[in-house]
Ligand binder design. Structure first.
Ligand SMILES: NC(=O)C1=CN([C@@H]2O[C@H](COP(=O)(O)OP(=O)(O)OC[C@H]3O[C@@H](n4cnc5c(N)ncnc54)[C@H](OP(=O)(O)O)[C@@H]3O)[C@@H](O)[C@H]2O)C=CC1
Ligand SMILES: CC(=O)N[C@@H](CCC(=O)OP(=O)(O)O)C(=O)O
Length: 340
């Protein structure tokens, strides 16, 4: 059995890590941390977990790091950097925050508007897009989980620019996501009364910080600078991301490139026909992708769906931890989507 800690266990991704790890055959949860909720039994914070035998929520500094094989860091941006920089340099870490996603600390400063607190640790980090960086992840000490929007968009767009089947200067990504993507500390825009019957764009006009991840990963895949047009929308569904890409390219070539990229992949599926719905992936570690011809000749539509709390963060984190710990990649993750 591998012994792990979850830091930030009283948040949404922390709860999802607990849910998925409860069914993991080779990982046990040795410690859970919280901040304001430290000292409370986990069932007082998450009543749906009251039947599990789990450790109490404690402050991070109370955890014995030497007893751990790996740490999941589900902490806010910046808190993660300040905690991870003081960890022993041989402790394996899967960080779910944005703190180590961008290879260049100057890019971090550009998108997050604050100085990187651990630039000396950054070179060790491997970007957590498992299906692309599997080999590096299995040898890594520190894996930086992707943004959930970025992951869905990259699954759709990356193979197209890598194979040269879509014009890299003409990529539009229109994305919908639910409020759990913003974490558990609700702000005004996430109040039920203001969200439940409406939808709105946010982070538009090239301002969303996941553009740093898109720029980095799509430019690496294309071997030249790629800048997409990206607009996320907040919609009333608890979990889920639906990413619709409009691309200039032949639909058959687009499909072939996606099928080649994900052939044999356990968790990323290209649908033989039709387009995916968030309901087809909810609660699972799956990403489903569909392709359709546009009515304008030479243009195609590609749609990806994943669960932001599963494949978009905690499921992805467990998949990467499995690789880092030498466990079967799919261990604990064979969860069928919850429907309806
Ligand atoms: N939600 C999502 O879909 C995704 C989230 N992520 C990233 O994962 C990380 C966690 O996200 P999420 O679970 O949604 O966030 P939440 O806001 O739901 O949870 C945050 C957790 O961090 C703890 N925490 C907050 N401040 C501190 C602090 N100063 N010191 C120690 N612990 C602290 C909180 O404890 P307490 O409750 O006691 O205050 C809580 O356990 C974030 O970096 C987020 O950006 C990445 C991809 C997707
Ligand atoms: C609804 C909402 O606000 N969603 C978040 C998704 C956050 C995410 O993917 O995680 P990171 O914060 O770790 O980048 C957003 O678009 O910023």
């Amino acid at each position: 059995m591998k012994n792990v800690a979850i830091l930030g266990a009283s948040g949404y991704t922390g709860a999802e890590l607990i849910r998925l790890l409860a069914g993991h055959p080779s990982i046990r949860i040795g410690a859970l941390s919280a901040n304001s909720k430290a000292g409370r039994p986990i069932e007082k914070v998450f009543p749906h977990l009251d039947h599990l035998d789990l450790p109490e929520l404690v402050k991070i500094e109370e955890i014995d790091l030497s007893a751990l094989d790996l740490v999941f860091c589900a902490l806010p941006h910046r808190t993660s950097q300040s905690v991870i920089k003081d960890f022993p340099r041989d402790l394996k870490v899967v960080d779910l925050s944005a703190d180590f996603r961008l290879r260049d600390p100057a890019e971090y400063e550009r998108w997050y508007g604050t100085q990187h607190l651990a630039p000396e640790v950054q070179p060790e980090a491997v970007y957590g897009l498992t299906e692309v960086y599997r080999d590096e992840i299995s040898k890594a000490r520190l894996v930086a989980g992707t943004g959930c929007n970025a992951m869905c968009g990259l699954f759709v767009l990356r193979p197209l620019v890598a194979a040269g089947v879509a014009d890299p200067d003409d990529l539009i990504l229109d994305l919908k996501c639910g409020p759990t993507g913003a974490g558990r500390s609700a702000t005004e825009r996430l109040l039920y009364a203001e969200l439940a019957e409406g939808a709105s764009a946010y982070g538009y006009g090239g301002t969303h910080r996941h553009l740093g991840e898109f720029d980095q990963e799509l430019s690496l895949a294309a071997g030249r600078d790629v800048r997409i047009r990206f607009t996320p929308h907040l919609v009333p569904m608890n979990r889920g991301i639906l990413a619709t890409a409009y691309v200039k390219g032949d639909a058959r070539e687009v499909r072939n490139a996606l099928e080649a990229a994900y052939e044999g992949e356990r968790f990323v599926h290209v649908m033989p026909e039709g387009l995916p719905s968030t309901m087809s992936v909810r609660g699972s570690n799956l990403c489903k992708i569909g392709v359709a011809e546009d009515r304008v000749p030479g243009r195609a539509l590609v749609v990806g769906a994943l669960d932001n709390l599963a494949k978009g963060s905690s499921g992805q984190a467990i998949q990467n931890a499995n690789l880092m710990l030498g466990l079967p990649e799919e261990a604990g993750l064979e969860v069928v989507p919850v429907f309806p």
